[in-house]
Design a protein around this ligand. Structure first.
Ligand SMILES: Cc1cc2nc3c(=O)[nH]c(=O)nc-3n(C[C@H](O)[C@H](O)[C@H](O)COP(=O)(O)OP(=O)(O)OC[C@H]3O[C@@H](n4cnc5c(N)ncnc54)[C@H](O)[C@@H]3O)c2cc1C
Length: 447
């Protein structure tokens, strides 16, 4: 390592969330790392979530001799798409959980730390516990920040008083408990402004709850309301008619441009800012249960770094996923600036593209593969049926299956089977092991 290590401390990691800083502190206590030492790798991957593990596995399948480090402080790894199913009573929470140590590829080195800042001109980064790590090629994928605190009163009441969210592993089971216990009253489901990960998840929670209430014969006693900051039910119009059939079937009330701004858990009152033409009004709604999806933003340490685009996410070319300024930096997953749907399905296609392009960068070559913006959102409209939205940049439909097998614009039992039984093992045993099932990287010159 050519650069002199800086004397950073945990306190210097100003941009890192308190939770991650605490995780880093525990990690460095357990595994005292040579805090003033420096190390260097061919590839450094920031974040060992869906994108980090999948990309590392894809790269090591192609070349076993590279040196590659994954930096992530987390002990636990989650199959987050399963949390909708946990909230709907179809999966146990534990089914969505594995230990991170069991997923890190054998030839990768795991650095259990929080990244706090980047020095792209010197090909190095700094961790919250003071390690300076150098790289030839950097891959940045620390996910998106869930901004619970942006809603007044929410953090202190989450998990009690009928306030829940499928966006947290520990709370998704509470969603199902609330749904089972509710026989009459008002149930609110909220959606914050875009971008969020899995844009369909706020309404999936509502459909599966309604499906349960319908089955129990209590749906008619429940006032179901969907409050969406946006102006449409779903961003790709082809899927809206099927979704509207369920909105009508469940007698759900749609409120557009209605943004949750505060929750008083004890009084069971939610406050929304609602747009009415030029005017914005604050409206209070009493609830018996509320499913909240938090506002989501770029992680602070990305937003404040030289890697950030104007919107705070890592600034990459939408096709090659290479940084727009630094030719040896790539980004994918929820943390990158591309306008695709932020989903695991997107990462399944992005990871092989980044893998081959990053290997090419190490060899001093330009990118050789491109990504078409594919993302997918299996909308669980009832227990047993899914509307399988699959689309790329600009809302172009990109179905994986022939129309006669699965018409993605219609509810389908086969799509439920995919969500329920096929996608979880594809994730654990395919994607995270570098098996690029239906995700071979597309070569730029093969158009
Ligand atoms: C409720 C819910 C439902 C969903 N449903 C679907 C679905 O049906 N289909 C679908 O395809 N997708 C779905 N998704 C979205 C999908 O889970 C995400 O898009 C995907 O996990 C993104 O992967 P990622 O690697 O970018 O981020 P993550 O998997 O979140 O990983 C980020 C990693 O970075 C680490 N990290 C963060 N900060 C730092 C730091 N400073 N230093 C080092 N490491 C750091 C974290 O510890 C974490 O391990 C859903 C998500 C949720 C929450």
């Amino acid at each position: 390592m050519t650069n002199k290590p800086k004397n950073a401390t945990l306190a210097d990691a100003v941009s890192v969330s308190p939770q991650l800083t605490e995780m880093a502190q525990t990690a460095s206590e357990k595994n005292p790392s040579p805090s003033a030492s420096a190390s260097r790798f061919n590839f450094v991957i920031v974040g060992g979530g869906t994108a980090g593990i999948a990309t590392a596995a894809s790269m090591l399948k192609r070349d076993r001799n590279i040196s590659l480090a994954i930096i992530d402080p987390a002990d636990d790894h989650y199959y987050q798409p399963g949390w909708t199913m946990v909230g709907g009573g179809a999966f146990s929470a534990e089914y969505t959980h594995r230990k991170e140590k069991d997923l890190i590829p054998a030839r990768a080195q795991w650095i259990k730390s929080v990244v706090s800042s980047f020095d792209p001109n010197n090909n190095s980064l700094l961790t919250a516990d003071g390690q300076e790590i150098g790289y030839d090629v950097l891959i940045v994928c620390p996910g998106i920040k869930l901004d619970w605190a942006a809603i007044d009163g929410l953090p202190e009441t989450l998990g009690k008083n009928g306030v829940t969210s499928n966006y947290r592993f520990d709370l998704a089971p509470y969603t199902y408990r609330l749904v089972k216990e509710l026989a009459r009253g008002t149930a609110l489901f909220t959606q914050p402004p875009m971008p969020i990960k899995c844009a369909g998840a706020p309404q999936k929670a509502m459909y599966l709850s309604c499906s349960k209430w319908e089955k129990e014969g209590v749906l008619a006693n429940i006032d179901v309301q969907f409050h969406n900051s946006g102006a449409v039910l779903f961003g790709v119009k082809e899927y809206v008619p099927a979704l509207m059939e369920y909105i009508e079937r469940y007698h759900a009330h749609l409120n557009f441009e209605s943004t949750l701004v505060a929750v008083d858990g004890e009084a069971k009152i939610a406050t929304f800012e609602q747009k009415h033409g030029e005017e914005t009004k604050r409206v209070e709604v009493a609830f018996d249960m509320i499913h909240v999806v938090p506002p989501q933003v770029a992680p602070d340490f990305i937003r404040s770094s030289p890697l950030a685009a104007e919107n705070g996410f890592v600034d990459v070319d939408p096709a090659t996923l290479r940084h727009s300024k630094y030719a040896n930096i790539f980004s994918l997953g929820d943390a990158c600036s591309t306008p695709n749907a932020k989903t695991m399905a997107a990462v399944r296609k992005q990871a092989p593209v980044v893998a081959v392009n990053a290997l090419a960068a190490l060899a001093g070559k330009p990118p050789i593969a491109d990504y078409d913006g594919y993302g997918s959102c299996p909308l669980t409209v009832e227990h047993g049926k899914v509307v399988l939205a699959e689309f790329g940049y600009g809302g172009k439909l990109l179905p994986s299956f022939s129309n006669w097998l699965i018409d993605g614009t219609r509810p389908s039992r086969l799509s439920w089977l995919l969500k329920d039984k096929i996608l979880p093992p594809v994730y654990w045993h395919g994607m995270l092991k570098g098996r690029e099932w239906m995700a071979k990287p597309h070569r730029i010159d093969s158009h």
